[in-house]
Each structure stands twice: as C-alpha cells, then as structure tokens.
Design a protein around this ligand. Structure first.
Ligand code: THU
Length: 137
C-alpha cells in the first residue's frame, strides 16, 4: 500500500537536493554514491551523502550525514525523505538508516520508496524507539 496524500511536500525539490548531495559522495571503494534529503517540520531541507573509509566497516551512510545536518541546522523532526543512487533512482534506506530516521520522524513522516510514497511506520513496522526506553525506567 502506498500513500496518496503527499501533504503538500515538494518531492521534486527533495529529489533535486538528494541528487546534489549524491554528487558530493565519497565512495571510492563501493563506487556507489548515495544522496539523501529530507524536509523538516519547519520547512528546511537537510541532506547528506555517504562517506566511506579504507576500513570498510566504518562507512557512513548518506543518512548519517543527513541527521548530522539536521542537528547542525537547529534540530527538529523530519516530515519527508528522499534517497537516490548514482543514476538518480530512488534508493531504499538500509535497515540501520531506517532506525536512524525513525528517531527523528515527525508524526506521519513519509518516504519516497521504489513502490511510491510510504510512511515511516510502513518501512519500519513495530519499531524499537525512544518510547521503549521510557517504559522500563
Ligand atoms: N548506503 C547509504 O549511504 N545509504 C543506504 O541507505 C544504503 C547504503 C551506502 C553505504 C555505502 O557507501 C554504499 O551505499 C554501498 O553500500
């Protein structure tokens, strides 16, 4: 099931920001540049690219840089997300990055996926999150 109500999100602007971020990727090992962009609740666009490392396992996904950008720009929550590969095609965030995005989701956060627009809850169902930590305190 996809979401048809895009809640006024300018998906083309997010796509353009993701493609621009992808152009800054440091991916000499995988040769798989990735760019990600997101719209914040207060209307900013934040973005990030993947940054690899000679110690391969230390690679930072594009979403890592995006959440850093979110915080460096004042924090807040993410309303909509778009991720692209080298060809500009929509890329699904990896499992770890779905968790990263979940932490900073606005209610009803949407993601452009290979199957159309979906909600955060659809791409990371039954998620572990901050609320679980509160339950056991
Ligand atoms: N990558 C991302 O940046 N985000 C994802 O959600 C999936 C994977 C990067 C990590 C690595 O630099 C390259 O794609 C190949 O796995």
């Amino acid at each position: 099931m996809t979401v048809t109500d895009t809640q006024g999100v300018d998906w083309a602007a997010l796509e353009a920001a993701a493609v621009a971020a992808m152009g800054k990727a440091y991916a000499p090992y995988s040769k798989f540049p990735v760019g990600a962009a997101a719209l914040t609740e207060d209307g900013r666009i934040v973005s990030g690219c993947n940054v690899e490392n000679a110690s391969y396992g230390l690679t930072l996904c594009a979403e890592c840089a995006l959440v850093g950008d979110l915080h460096m720009g004042g924090g807040g929550r993410l309303r909509a997300f778009y991720c692209v590969d080298a060809k500009g095609n929509v890329l699904m965030p990896c499992g770890r990055c779905r968790q990263l995005l979940y932490e900073f989701r606005a209610p009803g956060m949407q993601l452009m996926t290979t199957q159309g627009i979906k909600t955060m809850d659809q791409v990371l169902p039954d998620a572990f999150g901050p609320d679980n930590l509160e339950e056991n305190r």
